[in-house]
Design a protein around this ligand. Structure first.
Ligand SMILES: Cc1cc2nc3c(=O)[nH]c(=O)nc-3n(C[C@H](O)[C@H](O)[C@H](O)COP(=O)(O)OP(=O)(O)OC[C@H]3O[C@@H](n4cnc5c(N)ncnc54)[C@H](O)[C@@H]3O)c2cc1C
Length: 249
């Protein structure tokens, strides 16, 4: 694990290693190092150190339906239905054992029927809102996509029409997480333990957004900084926010 290749030389760490290559990079490096799903690693003849069946499954937050602005609009607003807690799970797999080869990323958006249902319901709620008297007074209507050519083959506002709209307009807000989930020692899905240590390996931690057990409802950047701060505390063996906690309790 953790050789660094530069100028045709390999560098090996003498001490402990802290990985922070994020939701794609961390599982990529771990799998290249022999930590990952057995069958997949065997298929590429990677020397297996620990089998970790759940490494590299990840969730993507914020699949949302884009609005399309018409040219010439001076003022406007956007309603953005979002699947905050998607059930669909993507995968990251090795393309090869070359560390400079990017991994395969399959986000698998909208794979779970529930995600599609949530978006359909959210669009219908948005449409109802736009048809209220208050909104109509400012000139809104819910027919923005009535003439959407890409879904013209479906009856307007039918189930198939909404699914077509979603498939064509859904977008990501770039919040993938959970490819190296944190969890208790007895949690079979957990890649790292509560101290961020990769289970079954000495001296290796992961501290980045990949350890979130599930995607959270809010933005993920600030919580990731919190994860990093917590990692720094655990490594140094200090509690740097003790005073703040005492003041707020
Ligand atoms: C377009 C976009 C917009 C976003 N907008 C928001 C927002 O508005 N608000 C919000 O809260 N969050 C936002 N996010 C999410 C946020 O940026 C990430 O959640 C956050 O940066 C995750 O931090 P991290 O430390 O896990 O990863 P990163 O900040 O990505 O850091 C990982 C580092 O590891 C390096 N790395 C990766 N692989 C390797 C390797 N093999 N070897 C060496 N180094 C490697 C990378 O170069 C990078 O520097 C956005 C993300 C994107 C992509």
């Amino acid at each position: 694990m953790a050789s660094f290749i530069g100028a045709n030389r390999h560098y090996w760490p003498r001490g402990k290693v802290l990985g922070g290559s994020s939701v794609i990079g961390s599982p990529h490096i771990l799998m290249l190092s022999g930590i990952g799903p057995q069958k997949h690693l065997e298929s590429l003849s990677v020397n297996i150190i620990i089998t970790q069946p759940n490494l590299a499954l990840f969730r993507l937050n914020d699949t949302f339906v884009r609005n399309v602005f018409k040219k010439g609009f001076k003022k406007g607003f956007t309603l953005i239905p979002i699947v905050l807690h998607p059930r669909s799970r993507g995968t990251i797999t090795l393309k090869s054992t070359d560390p400079f080869d990017y991994p395969n990323i399959d986000p698998n958006y909208l794979d779970h029927t529930k995600d599609m249902e949530v978006l359909k319901r959210a669009i219908k709620i948005s449409e109802k809102l736009l048809e209220t008297d208050s909104f109509k007074q400012i000139g809104t209507h819910s027919d923005t996509y009535k003439n959407a050519v890409f879904c013209a083959m479906h009856e307007y506002k039918s189930n198939a029409f909404y699914e077509c709209l979603i498939t064509n307009l859904a977008h990501t807000a770039y919040h993938p997480t959970s490819s190296c989930k944190i969890g208790s020692d007895t949690d079979p899905e957990a890649v790292v333990d509560p101290a961020l240590k990769v289970k079954g390996i000495e001296g290796l931690r992961v501290a980045d957004v990949s350890i979130m057990p599930k995607v959270i409802s809010g933005n993920i950047n600030a919580p990731t900084i919190m994860i990093a701060e917590q990692a720094a505390d655990m490594i140094r063996g200090i509690d740097s926010v003790k005073n703040i906690r005492r003041r707020s309790s």
